[in-house]
Design a protein around this ligand. Sequence first.
Ligand code: MF3
Ligand code: CO
Ligand code: CO
Length: 276
Amino acid sequence: MVNYIDAASAPLRNTGAIRLYDSQDFEGMRKASQLTARCLDALVDIVKPGVTTDTIDRFVLQFGLDHGALPATLNYRGYTKSSCTSINHVVCHGIPDDKPLREGDVVNIDVTFVLDGWHGDSSRMYPVGEIKRAAERLLEVTYECLMRGIAVVKPGVRTGAIGEAIQTYAEAERCSVVRDFCGHGLGRLFHDAPNILHYGRANEGPELREGMIFTIEPMINLGKPHVKVLADGWTAVTRDRSLSAQYEHAVGVTATGCEIFTLSPAGLDTPGIKRA
Ligand code: MF3
Ligand code: CO
Ligand code: CO
């Protein structure tokens, strides 16, 4: 039985088919994504020892509201915050709370703004004060994984090529790739087809076509790849409590490669670490 709400939202359901977006749609994604990037830029000066993740979350909500956007995570499947804040061995979906950040922490802040119906989804790692060399190296490896995945995106290659590029580099650096979470189609919907695995083989998965839009968001661990979700139903942590890192960009496939929608306009894609 189809009710009115189902009927009205039917064109916006994840049916498994991969949507193709046109140049006007790309412009919508650019605007939403750049708003998210500017918020992540502004957080560089906010993240420091003593600041709580709730303070970060309130900043994200206010930044969105000030610019005509809403956080996609607010009331998403029972999630009640405007961001995810994942500290140290937390792999993803850490829930902001009243605990202060501490010197030496590394925290991923993941923000998705919905602007004019388009979803801008991106995350970065933020060092809190001085961090250990091992942590800095994990952040460098993880951003390089993301950029190596992005580098292979063009029409005709399969999604598995992204996973292969990421896994090959991560494992050569003696790190591991989390299997339990993946990138995703994005656009009018927050989480759409296709799934973008961060491991695998180049001959696997659907073929990319011009107009596809998705995220790449590898989670890379210093230890083993295995995760567990805590009793709150969201917080994913490494089983061996080893350090975990993640960066996320949203990309759109073009005729010759891809456009990265979520690049920092200020060059702050990797705050606090070398390269960018
Ligand atoms: N932004 C996350 C992603 O990259 C999703 C967070 S969903 C939440 O897909 F409910 F945990 F916030
Ligand atoms: Co995402
Ligand atoms: Co995200």
